[in-house]
Ligand binder design. Structure first.
Ligand SMILES: Cc1ncc(COP(=O)(O)O)c(C=O)c1O
Length: 385
């Protein structure tokens, strides 16, 4: 077999081995509590399902416009204007197969071979791989208490830097970035003439009064340098629909549309009708989900603190505790600890090293309160007794 250098650079997700084990245990009848989920555990809301079924039945099964259905692009432009304060028209919007493909498209469009992309760490597993696929070089910069450190980010900028990739609310930490830090990113973009790619996949999921802010909305001077990526996956429980979107300068949208037209063409046509219904349905439906996540966080966080040191997340649906106090003699690293918790406590969590943060675990609270209580009780028993 011969493979390209490009593909040889891409690492398999470090979580795959553990997940194989989870599936084997579950198939063998073991009751595993899944704190590893990266998606809401709720069904997609009825109005979305009905609109999708209706679209299928009425023949919306053909190719459609490459950058997205005109009505959907228009509705997205209105949504980001009213909910996020981003000034946008339909021509500033492109729809792709999840924000994963949005990010892939963006870096193909802005990154030349050898260009550097600054990624604050911990980071979502896919970020470095998507940069490498574009011939870019990921440059990791530490955060403090999961928040950006603008001075460190500026120090990492070189003549080869083409972008800073930020993510708030954050996967895996749940951090929500402050207005001051976001503004600092915008100023760096202007000063160094580099892009800031803002992954806002969890824009609708914040807690305890934390407010999600879109960098693109903070100052009109930033607009040409900010590329916003959002998704229907998490905020509307539509992970399997594969509908994500970006907001950017019209010329950049046009350039990315050229790539998109060869890569996949339009996103599944009837799925886009489901996405349109998501924007048109009663917002109370999603508000209820957000409130349920808030209640789960209120249960999960104190239980987590009984076992681990943990910064309280402001958004998404993850806790990201520091577990170093259990490492050393007892467990070699976070991978060994996660494996122990799975085998002994039957609780599946994701090791922090998968996100560039050894010594941590990612615990998803995208499961019901009973599972949350049982899962933490099992972990406490296995670790503290
Ligand atoms: C930070 C972040 N960005 C993007 C995505 C991709 O989501 P999708 O491709 O379903 O829109 C995820 C999914 O886990 C994520 O956590």
């Amino acid at each position: 077999m011969k493979l390209s250098e490009r593909i040889l650079q891409i690492e398999e997700s470090k979580t795959t081995g553990l997940m194989d084990l989870v599936q084997k245990m579950q198939a063998g009848g073991t009751d595993v509590i899944s704190f590893n989920a990266g998606e809401p555990d709720f069904n997609s809301p009825e109005p979305i399902l009905n609109a999708t079924i209706e679209a299928l039945k009425s023949g919306k099964t053909k190719y459609s416009a490459v950058p997205g259905l005109p009505a959907l692009r228009k509705a997205i432009a209105q949504k980001v204007q009213t909910e996020n304060g981003i000034a946008a028209e339909a021509a500033n919007v492109l729809v792709a197969n999840g924000s994963k493909q949005i990010l892939y498209n963006i870096f193909q469009a802005i990154c030349n071979p050898g260009d550097e992309v600054i990624i604050p760490s911990p980071y979502w597993v896919t970020f470095p791989e998507i940069v490498k696929l574009a011939g870019g070089v990921p440059v990791f910069v530490d955060t403090r208490e999961h928040q950006l450190v603008p001075e460190l980010i500026e120090q990492a900028i070189t003549p080869k830097t083409c972008a800073i990739l930020i993510n708030s609310p954050n996967n895996p930490t749940g951090a929500v970035y402050s207005e001051a830090d976001l503004r600092a990113m915008g100023e760096l973009a202007l000063k160094h003439q580099i892009y800031v790619v803002s992954d806002e996949a969890y824009a609708g999921l914040t807690y305890d009064g934390a407010k999600h802010l879109s960098l693109a909305a903070l100052d009109s001077r930033f607009a040409p340098w900010v590329i916003t990526s959002q998704s229907f996956s998490k905020d509307y429980c539509m992970t399997g629909f594969r509908v994500g979107f970006m907001i950017a300068d019209k010329a950049l949208i046009k350039a990315i549309n050229n790539l998109h037209s060869h890569l996949t063409g339009n996103v599944c046509t009837f799925a886009q009708f489901g996405a349109l219904a998501a924007l048109e349905m009663d917002p109370a439906i999603m508000q209820q989900m957000q409130e349920t996540f808030q209640k789960r966080l209120d249960v999960a966080y104190p239980l987590c603190r009984e076992i681990f040191d943990c910064v309280k997340p402001g958004g998404a649906f993850y806790l990201f505790p520091n577990v170093e106090k259990y490492l050393g003699e007892r467990f070699a690293d976070d991978d060994a600890l996660a494996e122990y918790l799975l085998k002994e406590a039957h609780v599946a969590v994701v090791p922090g090293s998968s996100f560039g943060a050894p010594g941590h675990l990612r615990i998803s609270f995208s499961t019901n309160e009973e599972n949350i209580r049982t899962g933490f009780a099992r972990m406490k028993k296995a670790l503290i007794g």
